[in-house]
Ligand binder design. Sequence first.
Ligand SMILES: Nc1nc2c(ncn2[C@@H]2O[C@H](COP(=O)(O)OP(=O)(O)OP(=O)(O)O)[C@@H](O)[C@H]2O)c(=O)[nH]1
Length: 236
Amino acid sequence: MSDVDLFEAETAVLTRATQVVASGADEPEQYRQALEELVKSYGRLMRESRRLIARSDRTERELNQLNSKLQQLTDELDYKARHDNLTGALNRGAIFERAHHFLKTTSLSLVVLDIDFFKRINDEFGHPTGDAVIRELVNRLRHTLNGEGEVGRVGGEEFTILLPGVSLDAAVVIAEEIRLAIVQEAFPCLPSRPVTSSFGISWSDVGADFEDAYARADAALYKAKHGGRNRVERDA
Ligand SMILES: Nc1nc2c(ncn2[C@@H]2O[C@H](COP(=O)(O)OP(=O)(O)OP(=O)(O)O)[C@@H](O)[C@H]2O)c(=O)[nH]1
């Protein structure tokens, strides 16, 4: 650290002026000189102060800009860590976390949904068409849910819908609406054939174990697949 006195010149001027006053000098010229030096120093101090204040304001503005950029990047990172980048739905980790969270305070209907024969779509029409089908399917899910529940992509062509506080019967009705929204109108990206999907649903009371809820919905999905696909099955 340097010991440089930033106000060395001003201190010297002040010391001289103090000495003139303390000596009780008779010569007006001595007072005039001391005053002149003080005025110059004071002016310089004011100019320096203004410059420093302007610089500190500028630094503060830059710091604020950097802080909001950092906050924006943090939010983007957080969003990317929790969302699937193909569809914008919650990713597997995030939707499971939401399910755990809901089950602490409410009952939960859990829907698992899987596109039927998706491998054939990929094989016959190519991976980009497969991706477009996945995106369109999520759009239809969202549109049908109209803000209710939460949608997650838990695997390639497998999705989970959380319906907190919704009964099993009501969840079956919602899943049926989604099934129809998918199958009834051809996908613009795949106009030559209908896309269908199978659904399994479980209902759990508050405090239930999520893994068990998921396993029961998955078993119902298995039943839907083996019962002919394009259908909704509930946990027995
Ligand atoms: N286009 C695309 N395909 C994916 C993606 N993730 C997984 N897949 C494909 O999804 C297909 C899943 O096939 P399977 O698990 O055999 O299921 P399926 O053909 O839908 O048959 P069922 O579920 O029994 O009706 C595989 O061909 C994967 O390569 C993805 O992000 N995009």
